[in-house]
Design a binder for this molecule. Structure first.
Ligand code: SAM
Length: 385
């Protein structure tokens, strides 16, 4: 299997790998090391060059700012914009359903570069308020101006929860808030906050439906590489790390050929009606084996839909759909389950925002298999950090 391109959690708020790679040369030691191994190192700019660079990049930015404010860096926006499943879906929804936007007041929650606001303005919105809390808001302002939409789009730099909107109500709220495993990053609460504060009674939220799905996969090779690896590292037992590795869901793309069972809908969320509390839930599942195989992991993914369009539109981040930057979320099981066609793996999944840091997610998974070849029953805990 060559499906794993690395578990970099980059776009959509994950800070780990993308940020780390952006910071690669932040420390002098690392820069020296890279010289030693013969890598090309950029010349240190002279004072004049530094000033010019500051003007473009922003002199007040440090690596710490990037770390704590990953959305200020263009790289994360580049990745999201280049995710054509994501961005084209929003573009198609907006441009093919201009009746939803024509002469309407639109609120873009978490505007980033302003791409969704620009689509809405092009579709005939009367006015778009684009709220963005990161430094990218400054770029969004410039982008709006450069493209001649300053009269239609107002970029407001600040947190949705803290800004004053110049209008009492809006007709449409549009947002791309979804995180890994749908709920990681917890930006959904910001959308619900905006909905409750500003959306007119007959207003619409886009997208208005999101659903979480579950399936089971055979994944011997990669489980070995990511989990069993710690048993023997250059002859040393590092299996204490294995426990941590097991607890961290892996964000990665799964090959559809690895799927062993049916895919089950776990939870549907109606963004136009739900409360923040609905993002904590326990749901049962029953996965039916479609062939004789081993199961090493459960895989979660999400779909979103825009049901207010002429014709329902949306996209899936599932393993049978075109890959997106959200990939899928792999939860490795302690047991290797041997399952026969028609047998069922039953259980429940509990999802809750972490108490200390609500942007993180705690997952409790209970599963049980009472099969011909294998009986197993276990509860496992995972933390998305
Ligand atoms: C997933 S990105 C989407 C950006 C853009 N809408 C797009 O589709 O390319 C979410 C954006 O929301 C911003 N954001 C997150 N929470 C926010 C909040 N509470 N108030 C304002 N902006 C927020 C982030 O800084 C980020 O730029």
């Amino acid at each position: 299997m060559d499906r794993r391109k690395g578990d970099n959690r980059d776009a959509n708020g994950g800070l780990a790998e993308a940020t780390a790679s952006r910071l690669r040369f932040d420390s002098d030691e690392e820069a020296v090391e890279s010289e030693e191994v013969g890598m090309e190192v950029e010349e240190i700019p002279d004072a004049e060059g530094e000033e010019a660079a500051d003007e473009v990049i922003g002199s007040d930015k440090t690596s710490a700012d990037y770390y704590f404010d990953s959305y200020s860096h263009f790289g994360i926006h580049e990745e999201m914009l280049k995710d054509v499943v994501r961005t084209k879906s929003y573009q198609n929804v907006i441009t093919q359903n201009s009746f939803l936007f024509k002469d309407k007041i639109v609120l873009d929650v978490g505007a980033g570069t302003g791409i969704l606001s620009l689509f809405c303005a092009k579709a005939g919105a009367k006015h778009v308020y684009a709220i963005e809390c990161s430094q990218m808001a400054d770029m969004a302002k410039e982008i709006v101006k450069t493209n001649g939409y300053s009269d239609v789009i107002t970029v407001i730099k600040g947190k949705v929860e803290e800004i004053d909107l110049p209008v009492p109500k809006v007709d449409v709220i549009i947002s791309e808030w979804m995180g890994y495993f749908l709920l990681f990053e917890n930006m959904l609460n910001t959308v619900l906050y905006a909905r409750d504060k500003w959306l007119a009674d007959d207003g619409v939220v886009l997208p208005d439906k999101a659903s979480l799905h579950l399936t089971a996969i055979e994944d011997a090779e990669y489980k070995d590489d990511k989990i069993e690896f710690w048993n023997n590292v250059y002859g040393f037992d590092m299996s204490c790390i294995k426990k941590q590795a097991m607890m961290e869901p892996l964000v990665d793309t799964v090959d559809a050929n690895q799927i062993v069972t049916n895919c089950q809908l776990l939870k549907t969320m109606d963004i136009s009606k739900m409360t923040p509390g609905d993002a904590s839930f326990t749901v049962p599942f029953k996965l039916v084996a479609e062939r004789n195989d081993y199961i090493h992991a459960l895989v979660a993914y999400f779909n979103v839909s825009f049901t207010k369009c002429h014709k329902m539109m949306g996209f899936s981040t599932g393993p049978r759909s075109k890959a997106t930057h959200w990939k899928q979320t792999v939860l490795y099981l302690e047991d290797v389950l041997t399952i026969c066609e028609g047998e069922t793996l039953t259980g429940s999944m509990t999802v809750t925002p972490n108490k200390k840091n609500p942007r993180d997610i705690d997952i409790k998974l209970k599963y049980s298999l009472n099969g011909h070849r294998c009986q197993a029953s276990r509860t496992q805990y995972y933390k998305m950090r």
